[in-house]
Design a protein around this ligand. Structure first.
Ligand code: UGY
Ligand code: MN
Length: 250
Protein backbone atom coordinates (compact mmCIF):
# COMPACT_ATOMS: atom_id res chain seq x y z
CA UNK A 1 0.00 0.00 0.00
CA UNK A 2 1.45 3.38 -1.00
CA UNK A 3 2.57 5.96 1.54
CA UNK A 4 -0.01 8.43 0.20
CA UNK A 5 -2.87 6.09 1.12
CA UNK A 6 -1.31 5.45 4.54
CA UNK A 7 -1.20 9.21 5.07
CA UNK A 8 -4.92 9.26 4.29
CA UNK A 9 -5.79 6.77 7.02
CA UNK A 10 -5.67 3.55 5.02
CA UNK A 11 -4.21 0.33 6.46
CA UNK A 12 -4.61 -3.46 6.23
CA UNK A 13 -4.84 -3.56 10.03
CA UNK A 14 -8.28 -4.59 11.20
CA UNK A 15 -9.78 -5.14 14.67
CA UNK A 16 -12.95 -7.20 14.86
CA UNK A 17 -14.59 -8.77 17.95
CA UNK A 18 -13.15 -12.18 17.00
CA UNK A 19 -9.77 -11.23 15.52
CA UNK A 20 -7.04 -8.62 15.14
CA UNK A 21 -4.77 -8.14 12.14
CA UNK A 22 -1.97 -5.78 13.17
CA UNK A 23 0.34 -4.70 10.34
CA UNK A 24 3.74 -3.00 10.89
CA UNK A 25 2.50 0.45 9.72
CA UNK A 26 0.23 0.58 12.80
CA UNK A 27 2.75 -0.66 15.41
CA UNK A 28 3.05 1.61 18.46
CA UNK A 29 6.14 1.27 20.65
CA UNK A 30 6.18 1.58 24.44
CA UNK A 31 8.73 0.45 27.01
CA UNK A 32 7.43 -2.06 29.56
CA UNK A 33 8.33 -1.60 33.26
CA UNK A 34 10.69 -4.62 33.16
CA UNK A 35 12.69 -3.29 30.18
CA UNK A 36 15.83 -1.17 29.93
CA UNK A 37 17.15 0.10 26.57
CA UNK A 38 14.31 -1.75 24.89
CA UNK A 39 10.77 -1.12 23.69
CA UNK A 40 7.75 -3.34 23.16
CA UNK A 41 5.12 -3.53 20.45
CA UNK A 42 2.27 -5.14 22.36
CA UNK A 43 0.19 -7.26 19.99
CA UNK A 44 -2.21 -9.15 22.26
CA UNK A 45 -3.23 -8.45 25.85
CA UNK A 46 -6.20 -8.91 28.20
CA UNK A 47 -7.22 -5.34 27.26
CA UNK A 48 -8.43 -6.69 23.89
CA UNK A 49 -9.89 -9.94 25.19
CA UNK A 50 -6.86 -12.26 24.95
CA UNK A 51 -5.99 -14.67 27.77
CA UNK A 52 -2.27 -14.15 27.10
CA UNK A 53 0.17 -11.38 26.25
CA UNK A 54 2.25 -11.28 23.05
CA UNK A 55 4.74 -8.57 22.18
CA UNK A 56 7.77 -7.88 20.05
CA UNK A 57 10.74 -6.75 22.14
CA UNK A 58 13.10 -4.46 20.22
CA UNK A 59 16.31 -4.41 22.25
CA UNK A 60 19.24 -2.05 21.72
CA UNK A 61 22.81 -3.25 22.40
CA UNK A 62 22.93 -3.54 26.19
CA UNK A 63 19.14 -3.85 26.45
CA UNK A 64 17.56 -5.98 29.19
CA UNK A 65 14.21 -7.64 29.87
CA UNK A 66 13.73 -8.79 33.47
CA UNK A 67 11.37 -11.35 35.00
CA UNK A 68 7.78 -10.37 35.84
CA UNK A 69 6.62 -13.63 37.49
CA UNK A 70 4.96 -14.95 34.34
CA UNK A 71 6.02 -17.98 32.36
CA UNK A 72 7.54 -16.86 29.06
CA UNK A 73 8.26 -18.11 25.58
CA UNK A 74 10.88 -16.13 23.65
CA UNK A 75 11.64 -16.48 19.92
CA UNK A 76 14.54 -14.51 18.41
CA UNK A 77 14.11 -13.15 14.88
CA UNK A 78 17.13 -10.80 14.70
CA UNK A 79 20.42 -10.35 16.55
CA UNK A 80 21.42 -12.38 19.59
CA UNK A 81 20.21 -12.53 23.19
CA UNK A 82 21.54 -14.12 26.36
CA UNK A 83 19.08 -15.70 28.78
CA UNK A 84 20.22 -16.24 32.35
CA UNK A 85 17.64 -18.33 34.18
CA UNK A 86 18.54 -19.00 37.81
CA UNK A 87 22.17 -19.72 36.89
CA UNK A 88 21.41 -21.67 33.69
CA UNK A 89 22.54 -19.82 30.60
CA UNK A 90 21.58 -19.84 26.90
CA UNK A 91 22.62 -17.70 23.94
CA UNK A 92 19.97 -17.51 21.23
CA UNK A 93 20.41 -16.25 17.65
CA UNK A 94 17.84 -16.03 14.82
CA UNK A 95 15.41 -18.97 15.04
CA UNK A 96 16.48 -19.62 18.63
CA UNK A 97 13.87 -19.88 21.33
CA UNK A 98 13.44 -20.71 24.99
CA UNK A 99 10.76 -21.49 27.55
CA UNK A 100 11.02 -19.86 30.99
CA UNK A 101 8.87 -21.31 33.85
CA UNK A 102 6.65 -19.11 36.05
CA UNK A 103 8.06 -17.45 39.19
CA UNK A 104 11.67 -18.09 38.19
CA UNK A 105 14.15 -15.24 38.38
CA UNK A 106 15.79 -14.57 35.02
CA UNK A 107 17.34 -11.83 32.90
CA UNK A 108 17.36 -11.48 29.12
CA UNK A 109 20.22 -9.36 27.75
CA UNK A 110 21.16 -8.30 24.22
CA UNK A 111 24.78 -7.55 23.33
CA UNK A 112 23.70 -6.21 19.92
CA UNK A 113 20.49 -4.77 18.48
CA UNK A 114 18.02 -7.69 18.63
CA UNK A 115 14.36 -8.46 18.05
CA UNK A 116 12.43 -11.14 19.95
CA UNK A 117 8.80 -12.23 19.99
CA UNK A 118 7.62 -12.86 23.56
CA UNK A 119 4.56 -14.71 24.87
CA UNK A 120 3.44 -14.56 28.49
CA UNK A 121 0.59 -16.50 30.06
CA UNK A 122 -0.48 -17.25 33.67
CA UNK A 123 0.45 -20.89 34.30
CA UNK A 124 -2.48 -23.28 34.84
CA UNK A 125 -1.38 -25.87 37.41
CA UNK A 126 -2.42 -29.46 36.77
CA UNK A 127 -2.76 -31.75 39.82
CA UNK A 128 0.10 -34.27 40.15
CA UNK A 129 1.96 -32.80 37.18
CA UNK A 130 5.35 -31.15 37.76
CA UNK A 131 5.60 -27.66 36.23
CA UNK A 132 8.03 -27.46 33.28
CA UNK A 133 11.72 -26.55 33.51
CA UNK A 134 13.73 -23.96 31.56
CA UNK A 135 14.79 -25.17 28.11
CA UNK A 136 15.74 -23.78 24.71
CA UNK A 137 16.80 -24.70 21.20
CA UNK A 138 16.70 -23.56 17.60
CA UNK A 139 13.73 -24.02 15.27
CA UNK A 140 16.10 -25.24 12.53
CA UNK A 141 16.63 -28.41 14.60
CA UNK A 142 12.93 -29.28 14.91
CA UNK A 143 11.39 -31.83 12.52
CA UNK A 144 8.68 -30.55 10.18
CA UNK A 145 5.76 -33.02 10.22
CA UNK A 146 3.03 -33.09 7.50
CA UNK A 147 -0.26 -31.66 8.79
CA UNK A 148 -3.02 -34.29 8.50
CA UNK A 149 -0.93 -36.12 5.89
CA UNK A 150 -0.38 -33.05 3.67
CA UNK A 151 3.34 -32.93 2.77
CA UNK A 152 2.94 -29.32 1.51
CA UNK A 153 1.88 -28.06 4.96
CA UNK A 154 4.32 -28.99 7.69
CA UNK A 155 4.26 -28.31 11.44
CA UNK A 156 7.25 -27.85 13.73
CA UNK A 157 6.40 -28.17 17.42
CA UNK A 158 8.73 -25.99 19.46
CA UNK A 159 7.31 -27.12 22.82
CA UNK A 160 7.25 -30.85 23.69
CA UNK A 161 3.84 -32.52 23.73
CA UNK A 162 3.76 -32.98 27.51
CA UNK A 163 0.93 -32.29 29.96
CA UNK A 164 3.33 -30.04 31.91
CA UNK A 165 2.90 -27.33 29.28
CA UNK A 166 -0.36 -25.34 29.17
CA UNK A 167 0.33 -23.85 25.75
CA UNK A 168 1.83 -24.82 22.41
CA UNK A 169 3.99 -22.85 19.99
CA UNK A 170 4.33 -24.24 16.48
CA UNK A 171 5.84 -23.06 13.21
CA UNK A 172 3.54 -23.77 10.26
CA UNK A 173 5.37 -24.13 6.90
CA UNK A 174 3.35 -23.77 3.67
CA UNK A 175 4.72 -24.41 0.19
CA UNK A 176 3.58 -21.77 -2.34
CA UNK A 177 -0.07 -22.53 -3.19
CA UNK A 178 -0.62 -24.81 -0.17
CA UNK A 179 -3.44 -24.15 2.27
CA UNK A 180 -5.10 -25.44 5.44
CA UNK A 181 -7.35 -28.31 4.35
CA UNK A 182 -10.35 -27.00 6.31
CA UNK A 183 -11.76 -23.91 7.96
CA UNK A 184 -10.87 -24.46 11.62
CA UNK A 185 -13.22 -23.45 14.45
CA UNK A 186 -11.93 -24.32 17.92
CA UNK A 187 -12.08 -23.25 21.55
CA UNK A 188 -8.38 -22.39 21.71
CA UNK A 189 -7.21 -18.86 20.85
CA UNK A 190 -4.18 -18.01 18.72
CA UNK A 191 -1.42 -15.44 18.52
CA UNK A 192 0.38 -15.58 15.15
CA UNK A 193 3.52 -13.86 13.85
CA UNK A 194 4.12 -14.15 10.10
CA UNK A 195 7.82 -14.99 9.73
CA UNK A 196 8.12 -15.31 5.96
CA UNK A 197 6.03 -15.05 2.78
CA UNK A 198 2.31 -14.42 2.81
CA UNK A 199 -1.08 -15.25 1.44
CA UNK A 200 -4.74 -14.86 2.29
CA UNK A 201 -6.10 -15.37 5.81
CA UNK A 202 -9.82 -15.91 6.27
CA UNK A 203 -10.77 -14.76 9.77
CA UNK A 204 -14.45 -14.78 10.67
CA UNK A 205 -16.22 -13.18 7.70
CA UNK A 206 -13.11 -11.25 6.51
CA UNK A 207 -10.47 -12.18 3.92
CA UNK A 208 -7.11 -10.51 4.64
CA UNK A 209 -3.98 -10.38 2.47
CA UNK A 210 -1.09 -10.87 4.90
CA UNK A 211 2.70 -10.71 4.67
CA UNK A 212 5.86 -11.12 6.76
CA UNK A 213 5.86 -8.99 9.90
CA UNK A 214 2.07 -9.07 10.39
CA UNK A 215 0.58 -10.21 13.72
CA UNK A 216 -2.83 -11.89 14.06
CA UNK A 217 -4.90 -12.64 17.15
CA UNK A 218 -7.73 -15.14 16.74
CA UNK A 219 -10.33 -15.35 19.50
CA UNK A 220 -11.71 -18.74 20.58
CA UNK A 221 -14.06 -20.08 17.88
CA UNK A 222 -12.89 -17.56 15.26
CA UNK A 223 -13.29 -19.35 11.89
CA UNK A 224 -9.80 -19.51 10.35
CA UNK A 225 -8.25 -20.63 7.08
CA UNK A 226 -4.97 -19.75 5.32
CA UNK A 227 -3.76 -20.16 1.75
CA UNK A 228 -0.14 -19.34 0.80
CA UNK A 229 0.41 -17.14 -2.25
CA UNK A 230 3.56 -15.99 -4.05
CA UNK A 231 6.75 -17.79 -5.05
CA UNK A 232 8.35 -18.32 -1.64
CA UNK A 233 7.19 -20.55 1.23
CA UNK A 234 4.99 -18.97 3.88
CA UNK A 235 5.92 -19.55 7.52
CA UNK A 236 4.23 -18.45 10.70
CA UNK A 237 4.84 -18.92 14.41
CA UNK A 238 1.56 -19.69 16.17
CA UNK A 239 0.65 -19.82 19.88
CA UNK A 240 -2.36 -21.67 21.24
CA UNK A 241 -3.59 -22.57 24.72
CA UNK A 242 -3.23 -26.33 24.97
CA UNK A 243 -3.34 -29.39 27.25
CA UNK A 244 -5.89 -28.00 29.69
CA UNK A 245 -9.59 -28.64 30.22
CA UNK A 246 -11.79 -26.13 28.36
CA UNK A 247 -13.99 -25.92 31.48
CA UNK A 248 -12.16 -24.63 34.56
CA UNK A 249 -14.72 -26.36 36.83
CA UNK A 250 -14.08 -29.86 35.39
O1 UGY B 1 -2.91 -25.59 15.41
C1 UGY B 1 -3.77 -24.91 14.88
O2 UGY B 1 -4.87 -24.74 15.41
C2 UGY B 1 -3.45 -24.27 13.53
N1 UGY B 1 -3.54 -25.25 12.48
N2 UGY B 1 -4.27 -23.12 13.26
C3 UGY B 1 -3.98 -22.24 12.25
O3 UGY B 1 -2.97 -22.42 11.54
N3 UGY B 1 -4.76 -21.18 12.11
MN1 MN C 1 -6.12 -23.11 14.64
Amino acid sequence: MGDILKGLGSTRSCHQPNHLLQTPDTFVRAALPVMLNATAIVHAAPAMGAQFVAYTAEMAAGGTLAANGSQRFVYVSQGSIDVDCSGEHKTLGPGGYCYIPPDVDHLITSDEASVAFVIEKPYEVMPEVEPPAFFGGNSSEIDAVPLMGDANVRVQMLIPELAQFDFAVNIMNFDPGASLSMVEIHFMEHGLMQLQGGGIYKLGDCWHPISAGDFIWMAPYCPQWFGALGKEPARYLIYKDWNRSPGAWL
